[in-house]
Design a protein around this ligand. Structure first.
Ligand code: FAD
Length: 399
């Protein structure tokens, strides 16, 4: 599956920090993780820290899939607002999912602090904006719901917005709990640090065949090597959907651009800014003083069709940004497109399915993909350790 195209900024900025070999011999391990994007890296890191002998392989290179294309805003707000999620899943599950997502941001922060490089991690407040009067009722309801369940939020009137960030919109929810990261650096750092702790990492090693038994799985690589593992984790991103005989996600195309560096802070406190709109629109900054703009989703994933739209989408995203910050002219440095997924309830699917015994699937989709990856890592580690996960029953495939 061609997951991204154009010039994802993180890849260009960081290049290849190191290299991992391809697998050239047969191996045995406790856990085989397939896919070295942010999900696989987080899962493998958690497992090796918990003492499991762990192997991770990628058919291409580290962080080469959707992870390279991610704009990497870390927000607990999901694609489905909390009030809508409560209507859908009931109060208990919906609030637990939001709390889990919020906690994941703090845990990612803790992880980034443990690594030799901060991976561009920054705690940032976030602003969830009502773009027009038509969205105000829902946004007020969302604000009341979040306050009711203890989330630290403030309501911003048009005047508050003008003072706080310099633009006027009918209203917005300001939340103190958000973050941002360089997802490519984080993936690399987790794998490099994981390797120091005993993790075996292989690039250019596609896993092409699986033979499941009662005690484990025998996986064959494209070059005919065998990996015998007690458990296997499919961290293969959107490609994992091809293995599952059920429709879990609608695949879409999404667009992003990064500006040339600016001389100062583009807006006060560099909060994450997201519109409540479909297609979505969001802005963040980077640790080298650029602005990232993302959104403009299209309801198809055909790579040729997707890529043909990059110039038009870049123009559109810049125009939309200009309607917020007309006195901040941006020069586009790089623009790209990627495959993006949306589940019906906006939650990730993490866990086991009857068809593949001793396998776990980690399908964190949508705008919270990275926080879901962290939750997947904890859920899988806890399950393999025989510990009941605090997220038990939240993200399973049978919900
Ligand atoms: C434009 C865009 C913007 C986004 N913005 C955000 C955001 O702001 N915040 C957020 O949280 N999320 C965001 N996301 C979502 C987030 O990026 C994804 O959820 C996340 O990157 C998925 O990571 P992954 O490791 O699961 O998948 P991937 O990064 O796609 O990694 C999967 C890996 O599996 C490998 N693989 C597949 N099959 C095999 C096989 N058979 N053998 C070996 N290897 C295999 C692939 O080569 C690939 O490297 C965005 C996504 C896009 C596209």
């Amino acid at each position: 599956m061609d997951l991204r195209s154009g010039h994802p900024y993180w890849l260009l900025r960081n290049g290849l920090p190191s290299s991992f070999p391809a697998l050239t011999k047969d191996l045995k391990c406790d856990v085989l993780v397939i896919g070295a994007g942010i999900t696989g890296a987080l899962v493998a890191f958690h497992l090796v820290e918990a003492g499991f002998s762990t192997v991770i392989t990628d058919k291409h290179g580290t962080a080469w899939g959707s992870t390279a294309a991610s704009t990497a805003l870390l927000q607990y707000d999901m694609d489905t607002p909390l009030c809508g999620l409560i209507d859908r899943l009931g109060q208990s599950r919906a609030v637990r999912a939001y709390l889990a997502s919020r906690d994941a941001i703090g845990k990612l922060h803790g992880l980034a602090k443990q690594l030799p490089d901060d991976c561009g991690f920054g705690l940032r407040p976030s602003l969830y904006v009502a773009p027009d009067a038509g969205s105000l009722d829902l946004m007020r309801r969302e604000y009341d719901t979040r306050r009711h369940y203890g989330f630290a939020v403030e309501w911003c009137s048009p005047q508050d917005l003008r003072q706080r960030v310099g633009f006027e919109r009918p209203g917005a929810i300001y939340s103190k709990e958000g973050g941002q990261v360089d997802p490519y650096r984080l993936t690399w750092q987790l794998l490099l640090e994981g390797r120091r702790k005993g993790l075996h990492v292989f690039d250019r090693t596609p896993v092409t065949e699986y033979d499941f038994t009662a005690n484990g799985v025998s996986a064959r690589t494209g070059k005919g090597r065998t990996i015998l593992a007690k458990h296997i984790i499919f961290a293969t991103g959107y490609e994992a959907t091809e293995l599952l005989d059920r429709r879990i996600v609608d695949l879409k195309s999404s667009y992003a651009l990064v500006s040339e560096p600016l001389s100062g802070t583009p807006w006060p406190d560099e909060c994450l800014i997201r519109e409540h709109a479909d297609p979505c629109l969001y802005f963040r900054t980077t640790d080298d003083h650029r602005v990232i703009i993302g959104g403009g989703d299209e309801p198809f994933r055909n790579p040729e069709k997707r890529d043909a739209l990059i110039p038009a989408k870049t123009k559109l995203l810049l125009e939309k940004f200009g309607s917020y910050f007309p006195r901040l002219p941006l020069e586009t440095a790089f623009a790209w497109a990627g495959t993006f997924g949306e589940t019906r309830d906006g939650l990730a699917s993490i866990g086991q399915v009857p068809e593949y015994p001793r396998a776990f699937f980690t399908l964190g989709f949508g705008g919270n993909g990275i926080t879901y990856s962290l939750l997947a890592a904890e859920i899988i580690r806890d399950t393999l350790q025989g510990v009941r996960s605090p997220y038990d029953g939240l993200f399973g495939f049978n919900r």
